[in-house]
Design a protein around this ligand. Structure first.
Ligand code: UD1
Ligand code: CA
Length: 453
């Protein structure tokens, strides 16, 4: 879309005291990814080449987790939290060497979309020196208010604590997201921002009135209020999660996924789903799940780190853990847990079973109550089951162990040794039968009047 390079500064040094947490605020998670990872994702998707984040001393984990999402990233440390303008100044070095658009984003607004960042950049292209992303809300408390002149032009931003009663009645608010056409302009404005305000902080928002004084053009564009929701408390985190889930559900339905009760299905930011997949109510996805076309996920299943093949059926009440890899048309039924295991094409693991550290061949049938005993208290061991094998109900497979292709395991067996292809293995004690024994017992007990001896 644009030839002008862009740099984003993501502010993340705030302590977020209202979160009452040992974690820095921007490390709290939404759909499985940290707040700052969402902002990084939107910046990347908007084509921003250079990204800087500003953290407080001791927030090394924020820098390292952000670098994991976005390897080309500069981390700056704001020594003391003296306000948002001071935070931007921490990244001064990056600004000094940069020619192009600068966007200031807040690490605590995870719902911001790439399209909105692009809309702000379009204003800069069109000639604005500064652009502010505003939003309308019925509950403006806590936000800076946007001041407009009689022609509707942006003249300044007033923080709540500094606002007059009339200004507090304004419902047009500052999202915190700002764009500057030139890094030089931003540096110049930063140099002149003071801290003559109720909080005694350096407010980035003062840049607007200063720019107007310089006869620079400051514009405002409106964003959707939900999209710029700032997370300052656990309640706002929950509200942001709900909004993010609604967004993910709509995107999946648009892409051809059927959900009978979408409000009860929870996705991860990285869930990938093919076409004509059906997801029944009350399903939860953890990170790293891929579902191929035509699969069905039945109600009350919990799925993370799993690959589900074409036309496979999972659940109801199934748990797929990391490394579960279901080939096409595999069936995993109720009260079954699968971990680090390949389930071959058309194989069935339908009831009350634990399969861990295993490979199950195509068309094998795993009976109810089968357990792979994969752990001896020290190490994990593998169970290999060949194609078309039949494991009778209530079998314990003590790993490491191999069951050959087409082998048959009698129900209730404890298998500790490898089984050859097409063999029958069973470890039950032989059944004994005593003719008439039960009838005799009943007669004896009735005759004796059921007296205690
Ligand atoms: C800020 C805006 C306000 C806007 C609101 C939107 C200012 C002065 N006010 O207020 O107009 O309506 O956001 O959500 O900018 N941060 C630092 N270092 C600091 C202070 C803050 O890095 O010294 C970071 C925080 O981590 C956060 C962001 O800047 O990501 C915003 O700071 P916060 O304290 O949440 O500002 P608000 O009071 O919400
Ligand atoms: Ca905030």
């Amino acid at each position: 879309m644009t030839e002008v390079p862009a740099l984003a500064i993501i502010l993340a040094a705030g302590k977020g005291t209202r979160m009452k947490s040992a974690l820095p605020k921007v490390m709290h998670r939404l759909a499985g990814a940290s707040l700052i990872a969402h902002v990084l994702g939107a910046s990347k998707a908007a084509g921003i080449e250079r990204i800087c984040i500003v953290v407080a001393p001791g927030m090394d984990e924020v820098g390292s987790s952000a670098s994991a999402v976005q390897p080309k990233l500069d981390v700056f440390v704001q020594e003391k939290q003296l306000g948002t303008a001071d935070a931007v100044k921490a990244a001064q070095q990056a600004l000094e060497n940069f020619q192009g658009h600068v966007l200031v984003l807040y690490g605590d607004t995870p719902l911001l979309r790439a399209e909105t960042i692009e809309a702000a950049r379009n204003e800069l292209h069109a000639g604005a020196d500064l652009v502010v992303l505003g939003f309308e809300t019925d509950t403006p408390a806590g936000y800076g208010r946007l001041l407009l002149d009689e022609r509707g032009c942006l003249t300044g931003i007033r923080e709540e604590k500094d606002a007059s009663e009339a200004e507090r009645a304004i419902t047009l608010c500052n999202s915190g997201i700002m764009g500057f056409r030139a890094a030089g302009t931003l540096l110049d404005l930063l140099g002149r921002i003071g801290k003559n305000n109720a909080k005694g902080e350096f407010y980035l928002t003062d840049a607007v009135a200063l720019a107007r004084g310089d006869r620079l053009e400051a514009r405002m564009i409106k964003a959707n209020a939900e999209e710029v929701l700032g997370v300052n408390s656990r309640a706002e985190l929950a509200a942001a999660e709900e909004a993010m889930q609604r967004r993910l559900r709509l995107a999946f339905m648009d892409a051809g996924v059927t959900m009978t009760a979408p409000d009860t299905v929870y996705f991860s930011h990285d869930t990938r789903i093919g076409k004509d997949v059906v997801i029944e109510p009350h399903v939860i996805f953890g990170p790293k799940v891929v579902i191929e076309d035509g699969a069905t996920i039945r109600a009350f299943s919990h799925i993370e780190g799993a690959h589900i093949g074409k036309d496979a059926v999972v659940g109801p009440f199934a748990r797929l853990r990391p490394g579960a890899d279901l080939a096409r048309e595999a069936h995993v039924g109720n009260f079954v847990e699968i971990k680090q295991a390949e389930i071959g094409e058309g194989a069935k693991v339908n009831h009350l079973t634990y399969i861990g550290d295993a490979s199950i061949g195509a068309r094998a049938n795993i009976g109810a109550g089968t357990i792979t005993c994969n752990y001896d208290g020290f190490a994990k061991h593998k169970t290999e089951i060949g194609e078309g094998a039949f494991i009778g109900s209530n079998t314990s497979l003590v790993a490491p162990v191999k069951i050959g292709e087409g082998a048959y395991i009698g129900s209730g067996s404890v298998i500790t040794k490898d089984v050859a292809p097409d063999a029958l293995a069973l470890t039950r004690t032989p059944q004994e039968e005593r003719q008439g024994w039960a009838a005799k017992l009943r007669r004896r007990l009735t005759r004796g009047g059921n007296k205690k001896t």
